[in-house]
Design a protein around this ligand. Sequence first.
Ligand SMILES: Nc1ncnc2c1ncn2[C@@H]1O[C@H](COP(=O)(O)OP(=O)(O)OP(=O)(O)O)[C@@H](O)[C@H]1O
Ligand SMILES: [Mg+2]
Length: 228
Amino acid sequence: MHPLRIESLVYRWPGGERSTLGIGALSLASGESLFLFGPSGCGKSTLLSAIAGVVDVPKGVIRVADQDLGALRGGARDRFRVDHIGMIFQVFNLVPWLSALENVLLPCTFSQRRRTRAGDDPAKTARRLLDELGLSDPSLASKQAHELSVGQQQRVAAARALIGKPDLILADEPTSALDEAAKMAFVDLLARECAEAGSALLFVSHDRSLEGHFNRSLDFRDLNQGTE
Ligand SMILES: Nc1ncnc2c1ncn2[C@@H]1O[C@H](COP(=O)(O)OP(=O)(O)OP(=O)(O)O)[C@@H](O)[C@H]1O
Ligand SMILES: [Mg+2]
């Protein structure tokens, strides 16, 4: 099984003059972590949106867990996404009025697969993940998401992406609000948790100082050559 396999991907935003993405091939093995770096505007978030299936189906083939995303429509694609992909974004990660614990458990309420893979007691698994990500204070788990610091919210979002061992985790610059020490600790924990869960990790950023925490690193501009 390949968590991610991309072939001949071309994507152009509606109304755009040039294609934003032109990627010959990219694939990730189970448990592998890839750091993809490139400057602002080069198309990193666009690539993650295409993989997550949240933009129009591009030209070419994107397979997640061996499933061709282009063959799935609407609701089926949404179900597939929550079953197989965990996502961490730069901002607006959490549902503000839900507690930290409820946010972590969200994928398990939408996905039978994630619930089953979260162990006998998903709430216990959620608490363990929060604990391992450095949110061990029990009062934090019951706080509403908007009452947490940005750094705490990012760790809650990481726990939510990890719960139920999705095949692939997409992380879009989730460290930009953190100071240097917190950033390194967060990335280190995330990479370690992904390896333990066997989830492949695709992490995009402009910040090359993070590079050393990943199995492999790639310049987005080398990967993305076919813009026309
Ligand atoms: N919703 C959209 N509609 C049209 N064009 C878009 C949209 N989102 C992004 N783009 C364009 O696609 C290109 C790539 O943007 P993208 O957000 O993928 O870059 P990025 O590498 O993630 O940048 P950053 O590091 O600033 O987050 C840009 O030229 C941008 O203007
Ligand atoms: Mg971006």
